[in-house]
Design a protein around this ligand. Structure first.
Ligand SMILES: [Zn+2]
Length: 119
């Protein structure tokens, strides 16, 4: 197993399986069971795959070390790096939480009660 994958699994456990940014549950192996558990579609479940997120991107010199890697859902990970200039982890986390509160992140979750919004 690659080091980065080991770190991701360790962080997943440390974070109780919740995304570093949006604090929603994630899955590692079985997205079908996840979809069933939360009554969402398989396509929706794909957004919640646990990924290794580099706080400082590799392209900016970020290393594959535990201090620089957190577990984040696919959706948050992708959206952060889609921006021309990625926000810092702190600013991005605040943006995600603010949008989540307004129902503008993982939009379909508003109707899916098992998902909670932690404050
Ligand atoms: Zn997330």
């Amino acid at each position: 197993m690659r080091n980065i994958s080991k770190i991701k699994h360790a962080k997943f456990s440390l974070q109780n399986g919740l995304c570093f940014y949006c604090r929603q549950p994630m899955w590692r192996r079985n997205h079908e069971r996840f979809a069933e558990q939360y009554a969402i579609s398989l396509n929706q479940a794909r957004y919640f795959q646990a990924t290794a997120e580099h706080l400082v991107a590799r392209s900016d010199g970020g290393l594959d070390v535990a201090e620089n890697i957190v577990a984040a859902c696919w959706y948050c990970n992708n959206h952060r790096h889609r921006a021309k200039q990625a926000l810092s982890p702190d600013r991005y986390a605040r943006k995600v939480v603010a949008r989540l509160r307004r129902g503008k992140w993982h939009g379909f979750l508003a109707q899916s009660t098992p998902f909670h919004q932690s404050s």
